[in-house]
Design a protein around this ligand. Structure first.
Ligand code: ASP
Length: 274
């Protein structure tokens, strides 16, 4: 059995139905690509990295080249990735990088560290030839402020043929956030978490996701015997009651069951199992 769940960002404003439809079609296509990789026996960590790379390089999401800018007009991205064997990597506040999730992945493969920040993360990425965003390509960078897909963080949880789960999230963070601000995505237990029971990826107001360690909270519910959907509902209820803020979560368990919940106005997602 293989399974995959993919999500875009939770939004607190109502968006046009046609935009939502385009977004849904896009993630369904990407989801199919991921499912085919899993069917072909690819490792969960590789699949999460590759499908998030597709979204980071599309310019259509708030991740990688499509990232929104911070208060000083500069893109700073966060990304995190974690597998059920507890191996994890993250980058925070990195600029000019096309595939932030790939730096996070390289940290797992080549270091004993978990998270690298800013210029150090970029230098590390250079060492491994992780593609950068061309500074000349102002068209692509400029999209970030006008892009109709604005606000769309991306995340995925997948289960491979060997029963390994991997979760990953990539984002440009909140539009016009304080320069240097880091959100929940690179914080293990907050924006992402995975262990032998399941994996979770969050979206929403990062500060409140950090305060509630939302991804870890969700997987703890699964550990306590709740189904993936019950765990997702309980997590968003707890989050809402504690912070009165907005978030969304996807969960995939070791049995391939999924859960999704959010308290925003919209959030696109796609679950597939084979
Ligand atoms: N959670 C992300 C952050 O606060 C934003 C999002 O999910 O859209 O950086």
């Amino acid at each position: 059995m293989v399974a995959l769940i993919l999500h875009t960002g939770v939004g607190s404003r109502i968006i046009k139905k046609d935009i939502e439809k385009v977004r849904q079609k896009l993630i369904e296509k990407i989801s199919e690509t991921g499912l085919n990789m899993l069917r072909g026996g690819e490792d969960a960590l590789d699949v999460v990295e590759k499908i998030i790379n597709i979204m980071e390089s599309s310019g259509l999401f708030n991740a990688g080249i499509g990232s929104v800018v911070q208060s000083d007009g500069r893109q700073r991205m966060d990304a995190g990735i974690m597998s059920s064997d507890l191996r994890c990597g993250a980058v925070a506040g990195v600029s000019d990088i096309k595939f932030p999730i790939s730096i996070a992945r390289k940290i797992i493969d080549t270091t004993n560290s978990i998270c690298l920040i800013g210029d150090y993360a970029r230098e590390f990425g250079r060492k491994y030839k992780i593609p950068e965003i061309s500074k000349k390509n102002s068209d692509v960078k400029g999209q970030s402020t006008t892009n109709k897909f604005i606000g769309n963080t991306v995340g995925a949880v997948v289960l491979d043929q060997n029963g390994k789960l991997t979760t990953g999230t990539s984002t440009g963070g909140l539009f016009k956030a304080l320069a240097g601000r880091i959100g929940d995505c690179p914080m293990i237990g907050a924006g992402i978490y995975a262990n032998q029971f399941g994996g979770a990826s969050c979206t929403g107001i990062g500060e409140d996701i950090i305060k509630t360690t939302l991804a870890r909270y969700a997987i703890f519910q699964v550990e306590q015997g709740y189904s993936a959907q019950e765990a997702a509902n309980r997590s968003i209820d707890y989050f809402k009651n504690t912070t009165q803020s907005v978030a969304g979560i996807i969960i995939l368990t070791k049995n391939g069951e999924y859960g999704i919940s959010h308290n925003g106005k919209h959030m696109n997602w796609k679950y597939s199992i084979d």
